[in-house]
Design a protein around this ligand. Structure first.
Ligand SMILES: C[S@@+](CC[C@H](N)C(=O)[O-])C[C@H]1O[C@@H](n2cnc3c(N)ncnc32)[C@H](O)[C@@H]1O
Length: 314
């Protein structure tokens, strides 16, 4: 299958404790006590001790099941499932869902993103690790102002807004919006503890009018997969994430054009819009934002890989 920019990188990274110290060290995590119980329960048995239905699957057994179902990072997934499940019955249910092809993050109920644990409900777009680059670019673009206003449009779980305001510290004021009621519910769970407000509706129409002209950072990870490429996505995306979260229209830029048409008016002078694109789309995306009167830059991180267009109101 052709490599696609929207292929989930999240799963690989979630499973990689080297890049996720918060996963490597569960000592401070509420699930750690249960993990210890599970580990104790998984001590080797003698032949005279038959397995009971109350006993959890061992990590090795779990990994074998996941590997047989085609999970490439079976050992790491097995560890995460055991750390997250609240008992043997739930572990069994979660393993079944994962083996049937549900994204790991939907099964766990969370995704690691920029060092945060973000709640992810079934049917909501799973934040990708590559999008952490959008967060880094946003932090470089924030104007020197006391209490920056951050707007996360097309927020999904709210991962981007959560990461940006967490890194900015206490002063930032966060607003987020999405069209999908399931995403809005999920974003409220993630963002209310950070003081964020989450609105439901179509792009800027969801927002209070008082925000117009006040936004210092506008992150908009809009859907950008060209419609004809949707069938090329991995089934975890095609079958478990809403099409409205993926489909960017014929050239992948339909939503970005709509955002660009209004962005200038919602940004404060000196404010910056940041959007992720596929590397092959970045020139066209930059053109769309330039035509909207914004000063544009394209930045990328080849390692992730990730490409972001920044567009500033001068
Ligand atoms: C690619 S996902 C990004 C989600 C999140 N920002 C992230 O990076 O994880 C795109 C999101 O845009 C939302 N969306 C699609 N069309 C929209 C519209 N017209 N207005 C608001 N949100 C929309 C989808 O529901 C989805 O949550």
């Amino acid at each position: 299958m052709r490599h696609h920019d929207t292929e989930p990188a999240t799963h690989r990274d979630l499973r990689d404790p080297a890049t996720h110290p918060e996963l490597r060290e569960p000592a401070a995590d509420p699930v750690s006590a249960q993990a210890a119980e599970l580990r104790a329960a998984a001590e080797p048995r003698t032949a005279a001790e038959p397995r009971t239905s109350a006993e959890p699957l061992s990590e090795t057994e779990l990994a074998a099941r996941l590997r047989a179902a085609g999970c490439v990072f079976a050992e790491d997934e097995a560890r995460l499932l055991r750390l997250t499940a609240r008992g043997p019955a739930e572990l069994e249910r979660m393993t079944g869902r994962r083996a049937a092809g549900e994204p790991l993050e939907h099964v766990l109920g969370w995704a690691g993103f920029d060092g945060l644990r973000i709640a992810v409900d079934p049917g909501v777009f799973v934040p990708r690790r590559r999008t952490e680059f959008l967060v880094r670019a946003a932090l470089e673009a924030v104007p020197d102002t006391a209490a920056p206003v951050v707007l996360d449009l097309c927020c999904g779980t709210g991962a981007v807004g959560a990461a940006v305001v967490t890194r900015l510290g206490g002063d930032a004021r966060l607003h987020a919006a999405d069209l999908d009621p399931a995403a809005v519910r999920c974003a409220r769970r993630n963002l209310h503890p950070l003081g964020g407000r989450v609105y439901e509706g179509d792009l800027f129409a969801a927002l209070p009018a008082a925000l117009r002209g006040t936004v210092h950072l506008l992150t908009a990870n809009v859907p950008y997969v060209p419609t004809d490429d949707i069938p090329l996505l991995p089934s975890e995306a095609r079958d478990h994430e809403p099409r409205t979260a993926l489909d960017g229209g014929p050239d992948g830029l339909a939503l970005l054009r709509r955002v660009a048409a209004e962005a200038y008016d919602w940004l404060a002078p000196g404010g910056t819009l940041l959007t992720e694109t596929g590397s092959h789309q970045s020139g066209a995306a930059a053109g769309v934002l330039r035509e909207a009167g914004l000063t544009v830059r394209v930045v990328s991180d080849p390692e992730l890989p990730a490409t972001v267009v920044t567009a500033t109101r001068r």
